[in-house]
Design a protein around this ligand. Sequence first.
Ligand SMILES: [Zn+2]
Length: 152
Amino acid sequence: MQEILEDTLRLLEGCNCETSCTECLNHFHNQHLQSRLDRHLGAMLLKYAVWGTIPSCASPEMQAETLSQLRASLELDGYRCTATGEEVMPLRVEHDGRLVAVGCFPGLIHTSNFIHPIASAKGVHGHLALNEYLLRSDLPGAHLMVKELFAS
Ligand SMILES: [Zn+2]
């Protein structure tokens, strides 16, 4: 069993696709739910279930990378975005003299007691921590959440 689990983890972490493909998770019998499959989330869940590894936030640089599509969408809408490399502000979003800190976190740690480091960002109008799994499935929704922070 240990060998099967280790091979599965290698398969999930070793693929080059964004979320799932025929090389890792997709096959004929799960085609109805392939849009919801995520090899990163699967690897994180497997590591937690088998080895007790608690999922944690990625580095600020990796969070900025995960947020790159949101960043492009916001920039098209006139917002100024900067990847800072800071834990309290992976992505700095500015508009009309206001500043909002944006970060993201793995979907597996979306619990009521989870507090993203951006909650302690100083001198900001607001902050927003986005669930990475939900971000991937609803980019327009995330865009609107950022816009609403500037409007409030
Ligand atoms: Zn793949």
